[in-house]
Design a protein around this ligand. Sequence first.
Ligand SMILES: Cc1cc2nc3c(=O)[nH]c(=O)nc-3n(C[C@H](O)[C@H](O)[C@H](O)COP(=O)(O)OP(=O)(O)OC[C@H]3O[C@@H](n4cnc5c(N)ncnc54)[C@H](O)[C@@H]3O)c2cc1C
Length: 477
Amino acid sequence: MVSGPSVVVIGGGWAGLTAAVAAARAGWRVTLLEASRHWGGRARRQFLSDSRGERLALDNGQHILIGAYGATLGLLEQLGVPWQRQLQRLPLALPRPDGSGLVPPGWAAHLPAPLTLVATLLTARGWGVRERAAALSRAARWMAQGFACRPQATVADLARGLPARVVADLIEPLAVAALNTPLHMACGATFLRVLRDALRAPAPAGLSPSDLLLPRNDLGALLPDAATAWLQAQGAALRLGLRAVALARCGAHWRIQLDDGAALYTDAIVLATPALQAARLASTWAEDPACPATQADALRAWAACASALAHIPIATVYARAARGWRWRWPLPLLALPCDPERAPAQFVFHRCGGNEENGALLAAVVSSPAPQWNGRRAGLAAAVTQQLAAALACPGVQVLATVVERRATFACTPGLQRPPAWLADGLLAAGDYVQGPYPATLEGAVRSGLAAADILRRLPWPQPTVQHSATDGQRHR
Ligand SMILES: Cc1cc2nc3c(=O)[nH]c(=O)nc-3n(C[C@H](O)[C@H](O)[C@H](O)COP(=O)(O)OP(=O)(O)OC[C@H]3O[C@@H](n4cnc5c(N)ncnc54)[C@H](O)[C@@H]3O)c2cc1C
């Protein structure tokens, strides 16, 4: 039976799940609160039905991991998730539907990641000598500079002078996939850091850091199911559908006011909500007359930094191809020729799952949709359908759902100020937006959860104290 100090993790996305698991492993008694009815946050299972009544376990958006996501893969390993089976391993490739684009040749499959990249650039279909030479010399320059650049450089600055085809086939899809931020706004230093890790970071045996890892099942089956089952087995309290609305210091403890009128008392809190909600929660204590002035100032500064982050949407159009149409490309993803106004999807994925006899399942991703699509889900889906019909020779596509995540990721811009993990004694933050080397990604979220638990581990060990208020005792026993 765990008898350590108590921590309440507020938010059950990948950062909160990670913080909860890591804190429980360190001996903390964990309560995990999630405001919605599902675990996983922005990377969660979502059920959809097609017109034939088939129920499909899909996601709130197509996700992709890479071999360099060491913290995420390590966590899955610890939880006993058979990730080698659950993730489909692909080489780093950006193929186009017409056969052009970037695909490493078969003979390069077992080379170290930097040499595979060289082979890919040398053999890119549709590129001439000028494109190959320019791409290779730019990659060599970035490597020689240790993948560092001016802090204020954008990805567009890094790509200046490269042939348009190299930007369209290589730089743009990589920046969209990694940073979800348009090139002219995207942070060059973060882009190079992700590229460096994809080429040089250690990867688990049998993987290259640059490998793309596509979930074979829904995202719930990857981390949230395993993490919540593990936490339950450790005696952690898991609360779905409960929202934290205010924080206050109460003697030696923290008090968390919940939206059902109850309250929780705990030694420590990890705020693992998105940035804006974390800022609001931190402000409730900062504006409490009982909050000491210096702490209130620090919390206000933290909240201002978190609320200043801009966010970028991602839309995913799930669709069924007509019966009889077959996906004919060797890899299950394609980079699409796109135009924000008429052909807005940058990628299309051939999704596993579902009965292929009912038609191949497709997920088309629109990163940062143009403003004209705001509030026009049906129009966006129609444009993507037409785009797929033209690019894949795939007429008669039936749209299953268009999922728009308005605040999918923070805009990863140069010189961005991100708030730190530490807010006050026993009050920490975890989330993809918290200071760290990664853009808004699963790996960034997992790393932040581990970092918060690491800070908890270094706190002086308080007496075990979780108590429930009278209402809480009645409502949450
Ligand atoms: C469509 C889409 C595609 C993406 N593609 C990729 C990809 O390919 N690769 C990649 O690595 N990353 C991708 N990302 C980014 C990745 O999903 C996020 O970086 C990551 O999931 C963020 O996790 P988090 O735990 O920090 O935040 P969240 O997932 O937002 O979790 C926060 C949780 O807090 C809960 N909450 C909020 N307020 C309260 C409250 N007051 N009380 C209790 N609970 C509360 C929320 O309901 C939520 O569940 C994508 C994101 C989206 C949306």
